[in-house]
Design a protein around this ligand. Sequence first.
Ligand code: SF4
Length: 311
Amino acid sequence: MNYKYLFGPVPSRRLGRSLGVDLVPHKTCSFNCIFCECGETTDLTIKKCEYVPTEKVLKELDDYLSKKPKLDYITFSGSGEPTLHLKLGKIVRYIKSKYSGYKIALLTNGSLFCRHEVRGEVGNIDVIIPTLNTVNYETFNKICRPHKNLDLTNIINGLVNLRKDFPGQIWLEVFIIPGVNDTEEELSGLKEQITKIQPDKIQINSLHRPGAKDWVKPASSQVLKKIAEFFGDKAEVISNNNKLTGGGKYTDDIEKTILKTIQRRPCTAKDLSVSTGYPIEKINKSINGLVEKEKIKTRQIHRRTFYMLEK
Ligand code: SF4
């Protein structure tokens, strides 16, 4: 079966071997973050909809999970904000009832947890990883470029309420952008609010792949370490090498596999090799062919070469 809504398993820095489930078309989100590795948001929305057909997602899950693959997590993530999908709760319940041995993770911008019904949909998830980068409105608008009807205070209250309702793990991500949200004032305000949210972990992250805006630069590992220390015992830096394990092949066609992988996020040749299981020499050969055919382009981050789709 050629999967349209499942991707990977990908080697995730935080989650290990993770099967991606993509519930929205590229690029549907309530934010348009300047650091987004999926590129610019084209559908900036807070409307919940069945963006992709639920029955087809369940069919793909059945096809994949019935083979009992080895996975650390099934993760809702991909081309935008997963909580926008109207039937997220139904899909979570389906996995938990039919494939109860698998753990589920949700990568989310957290913007919709201010709605009671959205918090109700995620109760059976094992790990929720929301992002909160600032408590300052001006900085929030600069980094997240949110939908006009979203309010930062409501979003923070939504996360506080999520903690009250949700029995699973909350790993709160703080994405650091040098010169934007790394001042003492910014971080002190954030720390105060995070104390109210009470996440199980605070994950300090920075640009790892090319983002939507070229001027966004990664923070150094020393700076990230200092910030993690400032946030206390629950904080950790998300390094490039966390939990990297092998993924799986999507198809037997290596070029198709590469294109499908980088369609969701830019990758290095090594990422592609680890993620797909193809040897690095084969990956490099195919990449060169795809660059020559102008199907993919390159960008440098931290002296590493990333490949992304030529739009
Ligand atoms: S980083 Fe996440 S929240 Fe921000 S625009 Fe991209 S998909 Fe949306």
